[in-house]
Structure formats: structure tokens, C-alpha cells
Write a protein that binds this ligand. Structure first.
Ligand code: SAM
Length: 243
């Protein structure tokens, strides 16, 4: 997969893409990245990329001409073009998987009040929100989406890790422990030291259901409720009534 990012702050994008597992994945050839400086396509002598909004109001808007030239330079009209925005479709694990099927993704990083609507109308295929809050830059939002997508690509993370982590089966993840067995007077749950695979699996599922019920009960509506999960939900309900 190729990921192209159009931004006024390439150093923010490169800083992340050039580090840790992302750099490793790129070096292994599983993902190819390109960062494009939007300002290189500005046309006036001040190389300005933003202007005041028509109709008045607070803030500035990213001008359409530099963005269109930057998008044309990467042949964006034939590609899936993502604009991260608070008013987009909510990003989640399924959406990450869907984006991962594309051969190439082009990201436009917004700033200020956002980008001129005509760029969205002409080029953008996906307006994506990373949550119901507003941050100041599209760079961070683009990196969240890129990270969520690339780690689902074949061969990046082991299947086992992906299958067990949060959202993979609609449930939140179980807690993790590592050595030492006792830390600040807190013990690792005994079952994890037992070596009994079946018991460990059952305990982990119990913790997943427990946490999902407590923190994100809305997720349970999409979970495939197996007999084991139904039994755990029954036990939790009985325990709740007995409190
Ligand atoms: N005026 C915009 C609004 O009210 O929807 C917010 C603009 S925000 C200050 C600047 C840029 O940050 C946006 O263009 C977008 O690219 C990015 N951004 C901010 N919050 C975001 C979110 N929740 N999801 C995705 N992108 C976001």
C-alpha cells in the first residue's frame, strides 16, 4: 500500500512515519509513504495557503488552488482521498480494515477552520472523524488513521495479536501482566500463573465481557453472543443483583 500525505507541516508526519514500527514496516516494503508540502504549490509571492472565509466569521480557511495543484501532482483524482474532519464518518476498526484494501490512500491535513469545500466536492472520497472532539491539526488525525490502517495489513502484526485485541470481536481487551509476579503489593491473578490454557482463556473472556459491560455497553449490541459469553453475562447480572 502507498500512503501520500499532503500537509503544511511535513516534519510532523515524517517524525512519526520515520520512527519505530512504522519505519520498519516501510523498510520491509509493506508500506510506501510520500509526504507532500502543500506550500510548494502556493502561487503568490508570499506563498500563502490560507485566506479569510467568505461570509465572514472566525479563523482562516485553506485555499483551494495550492491544494488542487498538490492533489493533481499525486494524481489524486484516481485515488481514495481522505480528509480527516470532525464532521466526517466516525473512524473505527471496521473502517480501518476497509481502507486497508485500497492500493493507495491520499490524506489532506486540514488546519485553521478547515479546507475550501470545493476541494472536498471535487477530490475527497472519505471524510473521516477520529472522535467527537476538535483538535487543531489534521496531521495528528491523519496519523491516527494511517496507524489504525497499516497495522491491519497482512504480515505487519501477528494474526493472534490482532484477534485478541480490543474491538476485534466487538469486545474490549482483557488486562495484561508481566514479571514480577508481585508489584507494589499487587499480585498477578493466580490463574495466569497456573499454566492451564483453558482456564486462562475463560478468565480473559470474563475480563473482556466485564470491562465491555462497564465501560462500553453500547459495543455489546454488535457482539456475536456465544453461549460462553451469554453465561458470563448471566453470572455478571446475578452478581450485580446480589450486591
Ligand atoms: N472548523 C472545524 C470544525 O468545527 O469542524 C475544525 C477545524 S480543526 C481546528 C483543524 C483541522 O483539524 C481540521 O480541518 C481537521 O483536518 C483536523 N481535525 C480536528 N479535529 C478532528 C477530528 N475530530 N477528526 C478528524 N480531524 C480533525
Amino acid at each position: 500500500m502507498k500512503v501520500t500525505v499532503l500537509t503544511l507541516f511535513p516534519e510532523i508526519i515524517s517524525g512519526y512515519l520515520d520512527a519505530s514500527i512504522m519505519a520498519k514496516v516501510r523498510d520491509e516494503g509493506k508500506i510506501n509513504t510520500e509526504v507532500v508540502q502543500i506550500r510548494d504549490f502556493a502561487q503568490d509571492r508570499h506563498r500563502s495557503c490560507d485566506d479569510a472565509p467568505y461570509g465572514g466569521g472566525a479563523g482562516m480557511v485553506l485555499k483551494p488552488e495550492p491544494l488542487a495543484l498538490a492533489l493533481d501532482s499525486v494524481d489524486a483524482s484516481s485515488k481514495r482521498v481522505v480528509y480527516p474532519t470532525p464532521s466526517g464518518r466516525p473512524f473505527d476498526q471496521d473502517y480501518a480494515g476497509e481502507l486497508g484494501k485500497a492500493d493507495e490512500l491520499v490524506f489532506i491535513c486540514g488546519r485553521y477552520e478547515g479546507i475550501d469545500q470545493r476541494i472536498i466536492d471535487e477530490y475527497v472520497t472519505d471524510e473521516i472523524s477520529i472522535g467527537d472532539y476538535v483538535i487543531s491539526s489534521g496531521e495528528i488525525a491523519a496519523l491516527v488513521i494511517i496507524d489504525g490502517v497499516y497495522r491491519l495489513l497482512e504480515g505487519v502484526i501477528s494474526r493472534e495479536s490482532l484477534e485478541e485485541e480490543s474491538f476485534s470481536r466487538g469486545l474490549l481487551e482483557y488486562p495484561h501482566y508481566t514479571r514480577p509476579a508481585q508489584f507494589h503489593g499487587r499480585d498477578v491473578p493466580e490463574v495466569l500463573l497456573s499454566g492451564h490454557h483453558g482456564e486462562i482463556q475463560r478468565w480473559r473472556l470474563l475480563k473482556q465481557v466485564e470491562k465491555t459491560v462497564k465501560i462500553r455497553p453500547d459495543l455489546l449490541e454488535q457482539v456475536d453472543i456465544t453461549e460462553e459469553i451469554r453465561n458470563i453475562l448471566g453470572e455478571l447480572e446475578t452478581a450485580r443483583k446480589g450486591e
